[in-house]
Design a protein around this ligand. Structure first.
Ligand SMILES: C[S@@+](CC[C@H](N)C(=O)[O-])C[C@H]1O[C@@H](n2cnc3c(N)ncnc32)[C@H](O)[C@@H]1O
Length: 222
């Protein structure tokens, strides 16, 4: 079975992703904290691949500012769920890809474990669209699952990640099935490859913000 962000997944999404991604909540908290430095009344924020919209709801609640929030996702079921969960009229969700958005004046664009699902041939176009839709001197915050450069590290972290999943009550059979279902669906790169792509799309001040096993967060500026 191929992995899909469909209705079945929306029902179990929060529990599943928290048990699957080490530091999932910490990453959200990190973004909320960074948002406090970046945003003010009148700012515009875009979350690409917002899933059920929980991150934008959390940022809005913590900041309590007059900010316009846009969440987009290619999954119709995720957007239906995001619209149901929405906690403020400042937040809007759309079933769209980034190139379909007309706005070009965002102060912050977030991609939280989304680019890894974009096929290798479309990654540059995705990042260029992010760049073009930001105001000058504004920020792109992106978290990605990565692969390691060294075989030693890849193997070491694989074992640690399997232990993490077993500790979080996934059976060996579930771990194998999930990993097979992601073949051809998830396309992670190394940090160096990601940074090269960001530079190619003209981003500057590209920095590693966070790392937990294979899961990394980066911040950069237009
Ligand atoms: C791992 S989930 C993202 C988790 C979410 N950002 C969060 O904070 O919980 C990946 C999401 O990206 C969406 N997605 C995949 N490719 C996309 C694309 N090209 N544009 C927008 N969304 C995309 C999927 O439908 C899915 O909802």
């Amino acid at each position: 079975m191929t992995w899909k962000f469909d209705k079945k997944i929306t029902k179990i999404f929060d529990d599943h992703i928290i048990r699957s991604v080490p530091g999932y909540i910490d990453g959200h908290d990190f973004i909320i904290s960074a948002s406090k430095n970046i945003l003010s009344n009148g700012s515009k924020v875009l979350d690409v691949g917002c899933s059920n919209g929980s991150l934008l709801n959390k940022i809005d609640k913590k900041l309590g500012l007059d900010i316009s929030y846009y969440g987009i996702d290619i999954s119709k079921d995720m957007i239906t769920s995001a619209k149901k969960n929405k906690t403020s009229k400042r937040i809007n969700f759309y079933e769209k890809e980034i190139h379909q958005l007309k706005n070009k004046d965002f102060d912050l664009i977030i991609s939280y474990f989304t680019l890894q699902f974009v096929s290798p041939s479309k990654k540059i176009s995705f990042i260029k669209n992010v760049y073009n839709k930001l105001n000058n001197n504004c920020y792109f915050l992106i978290f990605e699952k990565v692969i390691e450069n060294s075989g030693f590290m890849q193997n070491f972290l694989n074992l640690a990640y399997n232990d993490f999943k077993e500790k979080n009550r996934f059976s060996p059979d579930e771990i194998l099935k999930k990993s097979n279902s992601l073949r051809g669906v998830m396309h992670p790169l190394t940090r160096e490859e990601n940074f090269k792509n960001f530079r190619l799309c003209n981003f500057k001040n590209i920095n590693l913000l966070y790392k937990n096993m294979f899961f990394e967060g980066y911040i950069m500026k237009k």
